[in-house]
Design a protein around this ligand. Structure first.
Ligand SMILES: NC(=O)C1=CN([C@@H]2O[C@H](COP(=O)(O)OP(=O)(O)OC[C@H]3O[C@@H](n4cnc5c(N)ncnc54)[C@H](OP(=O)(O)O)[C@@H]3O)[C@@H](O)[C@H]2O)C=CC1
Ligand SMILES: O=C(O)[C@@H]1CCC=N1
Length: 270
C-alpha cells in the first residue's frame, strides 16, 4: 500500500528512532516531515537526516500519515492544535504509552483512522519489537500499512488493544531493564577487580550471545539457564543470591508497576 508523506510530530527519542529507521528502509527524506519544539533538535534532524522540520500545523496538513510521538502528557495540547488540520483520509499513528485509541479518536475529527503502536528503542538497530492495534475506524489495510512501515526495523505483532498496557511494561520499557541489569553486572565486574573496559566487553558480548541463543536455539530460558548451571558450581551460588534477594519477585512487581503506570496515563492521572 502506498500512501503519501509521513509526518512525525514530536520527533524526540522514539520519533527520531522511527525516522532513522524509515530512512534506512528506503524512504527518502522527501517522504518525511518532522516537528519538534526544540530548535537544537530541529537542527539535528535537518543535518543528520536531511528531514524537513516544519510546524505541527504544516505537518498535519501535508501528511497522509501522522505519527504522534509526543509524551502522553503533551498529547492533549498537540491534538487541540492539529486535530482539525488533518488532511482528509489521513491515518493517525500513536506511539504514546497508555493513551487508548478511543481517547485519541475523541480528540480527532469523526471517523479518523487511528492505529496504536508500542515500539521500543532497539528499532535503532533494526531489532525493535513493536505491537500494533487498530482503532475503531482503522481498516485492515491501515494496520497492514503500519506493519509494513515497522517491519524493516524489527518484529511486529498484532495484539488486541487491551493487551497494550502489558506490552508496554514488557517490551516498550523492556530495554531499560536489560540495560539496568548490564549496568549492575559491569559494576559487579569492577567490584571483582576487573578494569571497566574489560567488564563492559564481557557483559555486552554475554548479553548479545544470550539474546541470540534465546531467539535461535528454540529452547526456553529455563533450559538455557539450566545448561549453564553445573552441580555445586559457580552459577548456582550466584542464583542462590538472586533468589535470596528476591530478584524474580522484584521483576514481577516491577512489570506490574509499569503496567499500572500505563493505565494511569490512560486515565489522565499523570
Ligand atoms: N522512549 C521509549 O523507549 C519509548 C517511548 N514511547 C512513547 O513515545 C513517546 C515519546 O517518548 P520519547 O521519545 O521517549 O520522549 P521525548 O521527550 O524524547 O520526545 C518527545 C518530543 O516531543 C516534543 N514535543 C512536546 N510537545 C510538542 C509539541 N506540541 N509539538 C512538537 N513537539 C513536541 C518534546 O519536546 P520537549 O522535550 O521540549 O517537551 C520532545 O522532543 C511517548 O508518548 C512515549 O510513551 C513508546 C515506546 C518506547
Ligand atoms: O517510559 C515510558 O513511559 C516510555 C514508554 C515505554 C518506554 N518508555
Amino acid at each position: 500500500m502506498t500512501r503519501g508523506r509521513i509526518a512525525v510530530l514530536g520527533a524526540g527519542k522514539m520519533g527520531g528512532a522511527l525516522i532513522a529507521g524509515l530512512l534506512r528502509s528506503g524512504h527518502t527524506a522527501d517522504d518525511l516531515l518532522a516537528t519538534t519544539q526544540e530548535p537544537e533538535r530541529a537542527e539535528e534532524l535537518r543535518s543528520r537526516h536531511g528531514v524537513e522540520v516544519v510546524s505541527n500545523l504544516e505537518a498535519a496538513r501535508a501528511a497522509a500519515t501522522v505519527v504522534l510521538a509526543v509524551k502522553p502528557q503533551d498529547m492533549g495540547t498537540l491534538l487541540e492544535e492539529v486535530g482539525t488540520a488533518l488532511a482528509p483520509g489521513a491515518l493517525v499513528v500513536s506511539v504514546a504509552a497508555g493513551l487508548p485509541t478511543s481517547w485519541l479518536e475523541g480528540r480527532l475529527p469523526a471517523g479518523t483512522p487511528v492505529v496504536r503502536v508500542m515500539p521500543n528503542t532497539p528499532v535503532l538497530v533494526d531489532e525493535g519489537m513493536s505491537a500494533v492495534s487498530a482503532g475503531s475506524h482503522a481498516t485492515s489495510e491501515h494496520l497492514a500499512y503500519v506493519e509494513e512501515l515497522l517491519a524493516p526495523v524489527g518484529r511486529v505483532l498484532r495484539v488486541p488493544e487491551y493487551q497494550l498496557d502489558a506490552v508496554t511494561a514488557l517490551s516498550g520499557s523492556g530495554p531499560a531493564y536489560f540495560f539496568y541489569m548490564c549496568e549492575a553486572m559491569i559494576e559487579a565486574g569492577l567490584l571483582l577487580g576487573l578494569p571497566r573496559s574489560v567488564a563492559h566487553e564481557l557483559v555486552v558480548q554475554t548479553a548479545v550471545g544470550s539474546a541470540r541463543m534465546l531467539r535461535e536455539a528454540g529452547e526456553s530460558p529455563v533450559a538455557l539457564r539450566e545448561a549453564v548451571t553445573s552441580p555445586a558450581g559457580t552459577t548456582i551460588a550466584a542464583i542462590r543470591e538472586l533468589e535470596n534477594h528476591r530478584v524474580r519477585a522484584a521483576l514481577l512487581s516491577a512489570l506490574e508497576a509499569a503496567r499500572d503506570r500505563s493505565k494511569e496515563l490512560a486515565a489522565g492521572t499523570a
